[in-house]
Design a protein around this ligand. Sequence first.
Ligand code: SME
Length: 155
Amino acid sequence: MEKETRYRQVLEKASAMLHGETDSIAAMATISSLLAGEFPYYFWTGFYRMIDGGLVIGPYQGTPGCLRIALDRGVCGAAASSGETLIVDDVHDFPGHIACDSRSQSEIVVPVKDADGQVLAVLDVDSVEKASFDAVDQEGLEKIVALLMSVNDVD
Ligand code: SME
């Protein structure tokens, strides 16, 4: 099945499940689970939340993730600092990459921003294959993040 189709299915299911939902943790948990189910070859799907100037792990699916990430560390810290989606084809080439699991080979991180552009969280997806992520993933995940922002209390 094409990636576009998989992202469309995740978006449709998430839209239906999150309709009227106001709790961001419930929304993040649902999105993490739906992504894991639709993309079983992406072995880690989840969120880090911006708390007191650093990233703290939120709802996720996959092997244990590190609990906290400073903004000057890792792919997540870089994406949170820039406010832009970051695609890393080979994590071993990324200075300061944090290997929560040694199987991680490539990664995409999408910032979750409020209407003022302030980063509230990041959505992190890891793959065991190099160069797994492309513009299709970026578009699909950014649409899912936009849906998350429709949930009232992302903060
Ligand atoms: N690889 C991430 C850390 C989070 S674990 O992959 C879940 C990073 O370099 O920021």
